[in-house]
Design a protein around this ligand. Structure first.
Ligand code: ATP
Ligand code: MG
Length: 140
């Protein structure tokens, strides 16, 4: 597997509890390099555009309200097989089902407030990275 990039968000429930450093330690400990990172507070409209694929889901309004409720940290992670590796260190969407040692197992509050986002495929990673970062901001 070649070097790959994925997009990550540290969600508002985690920034609120000062967990940015603890989560970054897990990411870096898993061999992922943080090649871009910025803290920002999304508007509801910006969160809705980011989660456009979930528009028809019953939790769309709850999700986009939550994601615009406080600061997030948007990141680009680089490493061997980075998309799958990040999903592994994140753990299952529902923290009750997440494996020991994963970010969601240790830090998530609930299914909705689950501390991190990670791209699920190469195509979505490319779109999500481009939504938040310019090429000049990616420093490998
Ligand atoms: P993410 O896309 O955030 O990395 P994921 O790929 O594990 O997480 P998705 O199915 O893409 O999960 O759902 C996107 C996000 O929507 C979840 O991370 C969670 O915050 C929220 N979510 C998913 N299912 C529910 C639900 N049933 N009720 C409330 N929120 C939910
Ligand atoms: Mg997802």
């Amino acid at each position: 597997m070649a070097l790959q990039r994925t997009f990550s968000i540290i969600k508002p429930d985690a920034t609120e509890r000062n967990l940015t450093g603890a989560i970054n330690a897990k990411l870096e400990g898993a061999g992922l390099r943080i090649v871009a990172q910025k803290r920002l507070h999304l508007t509801k409209a910006q969160a809705e555009k980011f989660y456009e694929v979930h528009r028809e889901r019953p939790f769309y309004d709850e999700l986009t309200s939550f994601m615009s409720s406080g600061p997030i940290v948007a990141q680009v992670l680089e490493g061997e097989d980075a998309i799958a590796k990040n999903r592994e260190v994140m753990g299952a969407t529902n923290p009750a089902e997440a494996a020991e040692g994963t970010i969601r197992k240790e830090f998530a509050r609930s299914l909705g407030e689950n501390s991190v986002h990670g791209s699920d495929a190469a195509e979505t990673a490319a779109v999500e990275i481009a939504y938040f970062f310019s090429g000049l901001e990616l420093v490998g």
